[in-house]
Design a protein around this ligand. Structure first.
Ligand code: PMP
Length: 433
């Protein structure tokens, strides 16, 4: 495969843009390096790069692209909104309509507020929870990513009762000390953290179905226990549904796990591909937010007509009958095919899948938490990633990311992908001998 133009553009990008990319994972650091492919056009399930190569895409722009690239209904809504003026700085009718759509789909969000990214949405839920509880600490689960605000870029301490250390330079230790990180799916560690810090804990931040160390579902009862233990200690529960909302069902992961949080953060899919975030929750909590309450949050671009129009159009597409059944069917085909080929070539592969999202781990262990995902074989994944790319399959460049199907993918696309999987597994198995 010729990628000369990508090589040249990456060189140029490195001169002007830090690291050549505008988000770190795009630099392929997570897969041992290489030249990031510069894409030029995307339509349906496909990408075309600047050298004219075609790819089947499973990155889905890290989640938002569930309707497929350049979906005509969404594209039309964005175009119309552009001709109507892209930014007003005033309230608009569309915001009301979209807020109502979200509330109907996610009833625990009694009041909502639109922001511009998942990072902003999560960051603000924490501020509001702190305002509401008059406490400062936050408990999160290891390996869960909640955006790049200071407080959530904190790694686990050495045990459930210890405080975190910053995951990034530039985060004061004093901030990291406000965060406690415990393993996902481990009620006892969570209980212990609450016992030690309970009176200071403002909120527990949860990806109810994890998307950030691959797709990992909660064990039965885990989230109910987290809710009960947190509430007994006077802490709020915040669900970060930036990845999960509208991914598995028309609504949220709350529907699937049967537990309601106090607040929810959204992003990705609800913008149909344009920048957006939203947060919401119980009325008495949300009334902490300015202009009603003392917790400040604002945004020049918040609720902008283009993102809102795009989000409404995306949800309209998803609401059509059969969306999630189709994603599930394609997902199952892909999962079964991958596992079959892994057996044929005797490779240690586990697939975690829910509907149209799956993760392929190179390991013999079932993956239930970050520690297990982290222990899966990154070198094998990296090799697999590059082999698949050569076959025209665009995956996320990280062993922790999901493959995201869209409603634009077809059974033929899956068959073609599985041929690439077989070829890549064969090469991997030969190289391992
Ligand atoms: N929360 C979760 C669960 C996420 O996966 C992400 C992004 N991958 C974020 C928050 C941050 O969203 P954004 O990149 O839009 O700021």
């Amino acid at each position: 495969m010729n990628i000369d133009q990508s090589v040249a553009l990456y060189k140029e990008a490195e001169e002007h843009i830090v690291g050549g990319v505008n988000s770190p994972s795009r630099a392929y650091k997570g897969v041992g390096g290489g030249t990031p492919i510069f894409m030029e056009k995307a339509e349906g399930a496909y990408f075309w790069d600047v050298d004219g190569n075609k790819y089947i895409d499973y990155l889905g722009a890290y989640g938002p692209i569930i309707a497929g690239h350049a979906h005509p209904h969404i594209a039309k809504a964005i175009a119309e909104s552009a001709y109507n003026g892209v930014l007003y700085g005033t309230p608009t009718k569309l915001e009301n309509r979209f807020a109502k759509m979200l509330k109907e789909a996610i009833p625990s969000m009694e009041k909502v507020r639109f922001v511009n990214s998942g990072t902003e949405a999560v960051m603000t839920t924490i501020r509001v929870a702190r305002a509401y509880t008059n406490r400062t600490k936050v408990i999160k689960f290891s390996g869960c990513y909640h955006g790049h605000s200071d407080l959530v870029l904190v790694a686990a301490g050495s045990g459930p009762a210890t405080l975190g250390t910053p995951d990034s330079a530039g985060i004061p230790k004093s901030i990291a000390q406000e965060v406690i990180t415990v393993p996902f799916n481990d009620v006892e560690s969570f209980r212990e953290a609450i016992e030690v810090h309970g009176e200071d804990v403002a909120a527990v931040l949860v990806e109810p179905i994890v998307g950030n160390f691959g797709i990992v579902e909660p064990k039965p009862g885990f989230l109910q226990e987290v809710n009960d233990i947190a509430h007994d200690a006077g802490a709020l529960v915040i669900y970060d549904e930036v990845i999960t909302a509208f991914r598995f069902t028309y609504g949220s992961a709350q529907d699937l796990v049967g537990v309601e949080p106090d607040m929810t953060a959204l992003g990705k899919i609800i913008g149909g591909g344009l920048p957006i975030g939203a947060y919401g929750g119980r009325v008495d909590i949300m009334e902490q937010v300015a202009p009603l309450g003392p917790a400040y949050q604002a945004g020049t671009m918040a609720g902008n007509p283009a993102s809102i129009a795009s989000g409404i159009a995306c949800l309209e597409v998803l609401k059509e009958e059969g969306t999630y059944e189709k994603l599930d069917k394609l997902g199952a085909m892909l999962e079964n095919g991958i596992l079959d080929h892994a057996r044929t070539y005797a490779l240690p592969v586990k697939v975690n899948r829910l509907k149209g999202a799956l993760t392929v781990y190179f390991t013999d262990t079932e993956i239930e938490n970050y520690e297990q995902a982290e222990a899966s074989n990154g070198d094998m994944f990296s090799r697999f990633f590059h082999l698949m790319l050569q076959e025209g399959i665009n995956l996320a460049p990280s062993k922790f990311e999901a493959w995201f199907l869209t409603i634009a993918h077809t059974e033929e696309d899956i068959q073609e992908t599985l041929k690439a999987v077989e070829k890549s597994f064969k090469t991997l198995a030969n190289e391992l001998r």
